[in-house]
Design a protein around this ligand. Structure first.
Ligand code: SAH
Ligand code: SF4
Ligand code: F3S
Length: 463
């Protein structure tokens, strides 16, 4: 999802009046996408408007990801290029402020200021609401690092609710309902960068959801690092889990579809499975990472379930919602992974059958228990295993797409297609579907029959 920033030739685009412009580049997961929007909202109170053109920005924010080494290192090469841009600007007497936010900011803090002299502010994911203040201090000449796990709730400080009413958001939107992680898988930085698990209160989530729907959103994707660990209380003090939250959201008039991501196998409770059984609005698509099919490796990863547990869980979910499609994440080359462990992962994939998946070579993350383990796997072996795994996952994805041909179902129309008279909609299983239609129809569900598949999309006719 991430592209390098290409630096076009410096132009003298000038920003007139008091209106300053902010360019945000987002890496990593959907939670960063959500946070980038919230930061833009917070800055809009201070007179900033968002721009897609970095050249006209007065402030560039890099919202970073620390999950794998490559993602984290990319930040520094970009900051190097931004430094050149800042110098060129300064030579013309115009200022450029640079901020680093997100998980690299949290993990590296001060170190970023040392390695990247052009950076003005470093703000962790828990303190975005203090960004405007940090920028003021930076303008006064200070280099600011704020990576505390703030005690106050950042969500209640961010103006998402009021902004949602005024800003057009398109047909689909993300809504963070849970953040952080207490699971401490031994390969993963998230518990350190995002802190411990916090659920947003029911009333806050409901309010934001209603505002989004009144701004035209028809499909909501609830977000969390472990979204199915969400828990809350209703007005009567009754304990709620994600299944209950989905049920309540489904009652919002005008909302057509619900999704959630990312979930952990250990938090798939009965109420959530029931929601898949009973709520037609809850799309039959589940991202449920397993990482490995070997019990030995799962144990070393601290996933705290076996491959058999996972398969049994999938069976329960499938019997509740037979048309559900599965998506997953896999890591190859975790320390100590043998050919046999890898073969078990391949077998698990064969058993489950995925519609879509993400797979990665294990990347050593400083500070995590995995980094200390012996038996680190050779890079060439990782590459070879990843290729095999991806070939299998790719063929399953193709098979899944082809299995849609001839089926009839509703798609949610999201945006104009490439050709006049064409629209792009989304299938229940997150596939893009090309279909004939008029732009006025965007935001509605229409029935289609699938006629063909492309590389990354389906083709349908209206029925
Ligand atoms: N909370 C989610 C995953 C969040 S991170 C879960 O528990 O499933 C997203 C994905 O990045 C993970 O599922 C994992 O496959 C991958 N990942 C995380 N740390 C990694 C590392 N050190 N090396 C390679 N991949 C990693
Ligand atoms: Fe990382 Fe594991 Fe938490 Fe997922 S559950 S965010 S992989 S520590
Ligand atoms: Fe990356 Fe942080 Fe998300 S490390 S995957 S941006 S939680």
């Amino acid at each position: 999802m991430s592209n390098d920033i290409a630096l076009p030739a410096e132009t003298d685009a000038t920003t007139t009046g008091a209106q300053r412009k902010v360019f945000v580049k987002t890496y990593g997961c959907q939670m960063n996408v959500y946070d980038s929007d919230r930061m833009t909202d917070a800055l809009s109170r201070d007179g900033y408007v968002a721009t897609d053109d970095m050249q006209e920005a007065d402030l560039v924010l890099i919202n970073t990801c620390h999950i794998r080494e490559k993602a984290a290192e990319k930040v520094y090469s970009q900051l190097g290029r931004l430094r050149e841009m800042k110098k060129a600007r300064a030579a013309r007497g115009r200022e450029l402020m640079i901020g680093v936010t997100g998980c690299v900011a949290q993990a590296e803090g001060e170190e970023i200021l040392r390695r990247a002299p052009a950076v003005d502010v470093v703000i962790g994911p828990q303190t975005y609401h203090r960004l405007p203040e940090a920028l003021k201090r930076a303008k006064a000449g200070e280099r600011v690092v704020d990576t505390e796990y703030a005690l106050e709730d950042k969500f209640s400080h961010l103006p998402q609710a009021e902004k949602a009413k005024t800003r057009s958001r398109g047909v689909t939107a993300f809504l963070t309902v849970q953040e952080g992680c207490d699971k401490f898988c031994t390969f993963c930085v998230v518990p350190y960068t995002r802190g411990s698990e916090v659920s947003r209160p029911l009333a806050q989530v409901m309010e934001e959801a209603r505002n989004l729907v009144s701004a035209g959103v028809r499909e909501l994707t609830l977000l969390g690092q472990n979204v199915n660990a969400w828990h809350g209380k209703d007005a009567d003090g009754r304990e709620l889990t994600l299944g209950d939250l989905l049920n309540r959201l489904s009652e919002i008039p005008g909302l057509l579809r619900l999704r959630y991501t990312t979930s952990h196998p250990r938090d798939m409770d009965e109420r959530l499975i029931d929601a898949h059984r009973n709520l037609r609005m809850l799309m039959p698509y589940l991202h449920l990472p397993v990482q490995s099919g070997s019990d030995r490796i799962l144990k070393a990863m601290n996933r705290r379930h076996t491959a058999k547990d996972y398969v049994a869980l999938i069976e329960r979910i499938r019997s509740a919602r037979p048309d559900i499609a599965l998506s997953g994440d896999f890591i190859v080359g975790f320390p100590g992974e043998t050919e046999e462990d890898f073969a078990e992962t391949m077998r698990l994939i064969e058993t489950v059958g995925y519609a879509q998946a993400f797979s990665f070579k294990y990347s050593i993350r400083p500070g995590t228990p995995g980094a200390e383990l012996g038996g680190q796997v050779d890079e060439a072996v990782k590459t070879e295993r990843l290729e095999k795994l991806q070939a299998l996952l790719f063929s399953q994805q193709q098979q899944f797409n082809e299995s849609r041909v001839g089926l009839e179902f509703d798609i949610l129309l999201e945006k104009p297609g490439r050709l006049d008279g064409q629209l792009i909609g989304r299938s229940p299983w997150l596939q893009s579907v090309n279909v004939a239609g008029h732009p006025d129809e965007i935001g509605s569900l229409v029935r289609v029959r699938i006629t063909d598949t492309g590389v990354n999309s389906l083709f349908g006719e209206r029925v």
